[in-house]
Design a binder for this molecule. Structure first.
Ligand code: ATP
Ligand code: MG
Length: 241
């Protein structure tokens, strides 16, 4: 399962778990994307942070693992490169690629999409707010699967942290604590600054660098049961990957 995982949330984990059972998969490999070196529509948290959050979130499931192929390759991630690398590492394995309904609808615009379909069988999973359809895709290349509906997105998690709302129960507990420790998603600070640094290479050192640090004292976070600071804030719209 490929994704930005900024941050990984329970929607990703439920989808992966459901597909693993339904398709009898031996392993689900989560593959966080590399760090885009071009600025796109938003700044992405450092790859090491996204990788570590994915490790934390998946550590307790023996069938789940995390691959660094895209993180180590760096730059913009293309699924064809991910699949090439995974196949090289696991020549005897049959590859499946799990993707949500939103990403599936754009799949034909992916680089080398024809070869992607040769390298892996694609599994499209339902996602609240998006139609799951494969009529535009080559016959037999994609299986559609209904997974328990969790209307969670990373965009929404980031936006909630930015305005001081809790993300408990939307992401695993360890990920809540990691976000807090690294100061991710706080408006105008943390990872956003770090990502900008990675692009431009100038400016002062950000509070959160490219590498995690482990010596920062915990700051105040929203706890379960806290009152929301600004109940009138608008909801964030889903942003495609
Ligand atoms: P963002 O809001 O930043 O785009 P996201 O929540 O969409 O984040 P991604 O890392 O972009 O998360 O998604 C990785 C993969 O997981 C994509 O294929 C996406 O469609 C799928 N996915 C994400 N959230 C869900 C969900 N709640 N239910 C099912 N699939 C999901
Ligand atoms: Mg997305």
């Amino acid at each position: 399962m490929g994704g930005t995982f900024d941050p990984i949330h329970h929607g990703h984990l439920v989808a992966a778990s459901e597909v693993a059972v339904l398709f009898g998969l031996d392993e689900v490999v989560f593959v966080p994307t590399g760090q885009p070196w071009q600025k796109s529509h938003r700044e992405v948290s450092p790859a090491e942070d996204r990788y570590l959050m994915t490790v934390i979130a998946t550590a307790s499931n023996p069938r789940f693992s995390v691959s660094r192929v895209d993180v180590d390759r760096g730059g913009q991630t293309y699924t064809i490169d991910t699949l090439d690398d995974l196949q090289r590492q696991r020549p005897d394995d049959e590859l499946f690629f799990i993707t949500g309904a939103d990403a599936l609808s754009q799949i034909l615009s992916w680089r080398d999409s024809d070869r992607c379909f040769q390298l892996a069988h694609f599994i499209g999973v339902t996602r609240p707010g998006f139609d799951l359809a494969a009529s535009h895709l080559p016959e037999g290349s994609v299986s559609l699967v209904e997974v328990p509906a969790l209307a969670i997105s990373s965009s929404d998690c980031r936006e909630r942290v930015g305005r001081g709302m809790p993300v408990w129960y939307l992401v695993p507990d360890g990920v809540v604590q990691y976000i807090e420790k690294r100061g991710l998603y706080r408006s105008r600070g943390g990872a956003r600054t770090a990502a900008r640094e990675g692009v431009s290479g100038d400016g002062p050192a950000p509070p959160s660098g490219d590498r995690p640090t482990y010596d920062r004292p915990p700051a105040t976070v929203a706890q379960p049961g806290d009152q929301p600071p600004d109940p009138s804030s608008p909801h964030l719209q889903e942003v495609p990957r």
